[in-house]
Design a protein around this ligand. Structure first.
Ligand code: COA
Length: 330
């Protein structure tokens, strides 16, 4: 299995920490930078929704792979911010691409891309055909702009890969996990079927994302480190065999702590959270594309991806960056 194409899309509008402080939010550039490493994030334009972002990243990945929509056997969109409760976002993206192949969403919050890559890899193998896997989010629409503990963290964007079944590369092994015993650690309490939208919900602002930051932080570090160790052990490799480490881009302190636990130095870690903020399911493919564009991926490199998100969910996978298929790997 090989990643034959890689694409990214970031909305034009850049929102700096100072921009957020200027809205009247009781925060500062200094606080945000020192606690999170975030300098700026991108916000979608009012007329853009997640499928629009996903479409741009998907088109870029297909072009990068030198493939057309007709070559693809399925479209998978990992997102926690769908255009609608019903239907899923992937069918909208597939329609905009001009295909009627199977299209469905994967909802595993910020771990969504790693989960979708697992599903997409298995599907590409089973169908013996390329699969388009996209991570896309418009988190700016679900954070409470008045909540300084949450709103400063998140941004919008999309990243995509085309997974191709061939013998030249490797995607895997994977390690996926979930613990749904305490979903309130990071969730939107209302707006779903347990507590549908009502005037009360809106008055309470409980349809926005809420989080217990410290608990999330501790779990993110331990789960991503454990999943990373698990895939290395499954592959019979050590951290010394990894050329590039890309963790979920939530907070630079979390990434540093994970890197320290797995024993990898900063030079082998790619960090984009400063520029993108936390883009949830889009963060890993966006960081991968950023690493590729910055010349940090060489043919044959072993890449370790790991992610963590609401649920709780977490995951990791190894892949070989293979230049023999797809222009983007060159
Ligand atoms: N600006 C200024 N002050 C802020 C602030 C902001 N944006 N957000 C919170 N504060 C305040 C708090 O109210 C608190 O004030 P108090 O001491 O008067 O009560 C103080 O800063 C410290 O808050 P605390 O929550 O202890 O800070 P922290 O160092 O734990 O950092 C997070 C908070 C959110 C950055 C951190 O917990 C975190 O990154 N958690 C993980 C979040 C995450 O990655 N979520 C997504 C995972 S997929």
């Amino acid at each position: 299995m090989t990643i034959a194409g890689l694409g990214a899309y970031l909305p034009e509008r850049v929102v700096t920490n100072d921009d957020l402080a200027a809205t009247g939010l009781d925060t500062s550039d200094e606080w945000i930078r020192s606690r999170t490493g975030i300098v700026q994030r991108h916000y979608a334009a009012p007329e853009q929704a997640t499928s629009d972002l996903a479409l741009e990243a998907g088109k870029a990945a297909l072009a990068d792979a030198g493939l057309g929509t007709d070559d693809v056997a399925a479209v998978i969109v990992a997102t926690t911010t769908p255009d609608h409760m019903v239907p899923g976002t992937a069918p909208l993206v597939a329609a905009a691409l001009g295909t009627e192949v199977g299209a469905f969403d994967v909802q595993a919050a910020c771990s969504g891309f790693v989960y979708a890559l697992r599903v997409g890899t298995a599907l590409a193998l089973a169908e013996d055909a390329p699969v388009l896997v996209i991570g896309a989010e418009t988190l700016s629409r679900i954070v409470d702009p008045r909540d300084r503990g949450v709103s400063i963290l998140f941004g919008d964007g999309a990243g995509a890969v085309v997974v191709v079944p061939d013998e030249t590369g490797r995607i895997g092994p994977f390690s996926l996990g979930a613990d749904g015993r305490d979903p309130s650690m990071l969730w939107t309490a209302t707006g779903g079927t347990r507590a549908p939208v009502s005037h009360q919900v809106v008055d309470d602002r409980s349809h926005f994302l809420t989080m217990r930051g410290g608990d999330v932080y501790r779990n993110a570090v331990s789960r991503m480190a454990a999943a990373s160790r698990d895939v290395l052990e499954q592959a019979g490799l050590t951290i010394d065999d990894v050329d590039l480490f890309i963790g979920h881009q939530a907070n630079v302190r979390i990434l540093d702590a994970v890197a320290q636990r797995v024993g990898i130095e900063p030079a082998r870690c790619h960090v984009t959270v400063g520029q993108h903020g936390n883009t949830s399911a889009a963060s890993v493919p966006l960081a991968l594309a950023d690493a590729r564009d910055g010349g940090r991926l060489r043919p044959g490199d072993t890449v370790l991806l790991t992610a963590f998100g609401a649920g709780l969910t977490w995951g990791a996978c190894l892949l070989t960056w293979n230049p023999t298929t797809g222009g983007g790997n060159a």
